[in-house]
Design a protein around this ligand. Structure first.
Ligand code: ZN
Length: 448
């Protein structure tokens, strides 16, 4: 995933102190090292970057009452259940989501936590993530516009704007690391147009820019949201963002499905990024984001699995596959024909992988990850190729990792440290975690 999209047969890496020092044919590497990992017969790729998630939703996957609903109904069903979460639930669900992410090749995950019930704090998520070893872009989410003020969420899950801003500042000061190889960075992330006020959007942008942290929110996800913005603010979602100073290189939006040509140009001109979440958009019948148009216009695009209540998985390689397939479906629906225009091409496996690596790194504003190059973080994953899932596809192992059924990876390394080794998590006990997680999920659904 370097500038030239180089692929190295029989290639290898030499890593020191968490960064890549050499990347070349193995025979040119130093003869010895403190540790030598023999990956013959494996495909090795840069670690994937997830640009949008809600880890806590792993506790509410496949909830019967929310299985077949669209976004607003789905949210209204789940808000009261989420309001029962405890700090321990945040901790457990973070580990579950990051375990899944690591087992699917992800080395950096962005998470958007916007409910803080019963004393829960972003600190609970950060502590859990640090134990797993996956890099975290921790988004301090927020909701301040409850039902009584015309918002969507019940008043019981919204906070005062002062509390939100004070906590945001505390978190930046405590955790935000600007150095290359940072394990934790903070992002400010009011939840969505229908759950926060314009004033909180403005104040969050001002605070983020004082400290140089990124801004993130949901935008233009559904037609309902577009109607809400027009009625409540008198703007379509993208112009509404412009009216509250939410455009720039430091801003990325989740979904961005309902945009017109002018708005695509605005994103490109202002440098706004997009977290494309194909599975969630299909699950909630939201729509199909114009990813090809974004890329053509020069908009930064990354991939996100989105929260696990609308996916219901945190499998990053699966998301790469969905992105490729959904882009192709959109081409078909909008009248793609090679005979009309031979320059038009379907999204390739490599383009989809590029979204999940370099694309994601650009979206979250990190130049130290997203590709395997000298000086970048030693973040990668490897898959053994000799397996049933890839049988018959070894003419092109890179494409096999996207076209064939998504697999559990065999190795995931973050900053030179193993998170997955020989197909097993090394930083958390998977069996115990699943047991703890299921108990927490059952308690959430049963308690009233
Ligand atoms: Zn989301």
């Amino acid at each position: 995933m370097d500038e030239t999209q180089r692929e190295i047969p029989e290639g290898g890496l030499f890593i020191r102190d968490g960064f890549i020092e050499q990347i070349c044919p193995t025979k040119e590497l130093p003869e010895t090292a403190d540790e030598v990992l023999d990956l013959r017969g494996c495909l090795l790729l840069p670690g994937l970057v997830n640009t949008h998630h809600h880890f806590y939703q792993t506790l509410t996957r496949a909830v019967p009452a929310a299985q077949d609903a669209n976004l607003f109904h789905w949210l209204k069903t789940l808000y009261p259940i989420w309001a029962r979460m405890t700090p321990e639930d945040i901790f457990i669900s973070t580990q579950t989501a990051l375990a899944e992410m690591a087992l699917s090749g992800c080395t950096t995950a962005s998470d958007h936590l916007y409910l803080f019930p019963n004393g829960a704090r972003l600190d609970d998520e950060i502590a859990a993530a640090q134990e797993t070893g996956v890099r975290l872009q921790a988004s301090r989410g927020s909701m301040s516009l409850g039902e009584s003020k015309g918002g969507l969420p019940p008043d019981s899950v919204v906070d005062s704007e002062n509390t939100i801003l004070e906590d945001s500042q505390r978190l930046i000061q405590r955790y935000h690391d600007t150095k290359a190889g940072a394990r934790v960075q903070i992002v400010l992330a009011p939840c969505s147009p229908f759950s926060v006020t314009g004033e909180l959007m403005k104040q969050s942008a001002k605070l983020a820019r004082e400290y140089g942290v990124h801004l993130h929110t949901h935008l233009a996800e559904t037609e309902d949201e577009e109607q809400f913005c027009l009625q409540k603010f008198g703007y379509r979602p993208v112009p509404y963002m412009q009216s509250v100073d939410w455009v720039g290189e430091d801003v990325w939006f989740a979904h961005a499905v309902y945009v017109n040509n002018e708005e695509v140009k605005t994103f490109a001109k202002q440098g706004c990024g997009v977290a494309h979440c194909p599975t969630s958009n299909m699950r909630l019948a939201s729509g199909i984001a114009p990813v090809k148009e974004y890329l053509k216009a020069g908009v930064k695009v990354g991939l996100g699995v989105d929260g696990s209540a609308s996916n219901d998985s945190s499998h990053m390689l699966a998301e790469v596959r969905q992105a490729m397939l959904l882009s192709r479906l959109r081409e078909g629906i909008t009248g793609f024909s090679l005979s009309d225009d031979p320059t038009r091409k379907l999204m390739t496996a490599r383009e989809a992988l590029r979204l999940a690596t370099r694309g994601g790194a650009a979206v979250v504003g990190r130049s130290d990850i997203g590709s395997l190059e000298v000086g970048k973080c030693a973040d990668f994953f490897a898959i053994k190729l000799n397996r049933l899932d890839y049988a018959g596809a070894l003419h092109d192992p890179v494409a096999a990792s996207v076209f064939c059924h998504p697999v559990r990876v065999d190795y995931t390394v973050v900053g030179g440290k193993f998170v997955v080794r020989d197909g097993k998590l090394v930083t958390v006990d998977e069996t115990k975690l699943v047991d703890r997680h299921n108990r927490a999920a059952r308690r959430l659904l049963e308690s009233k």
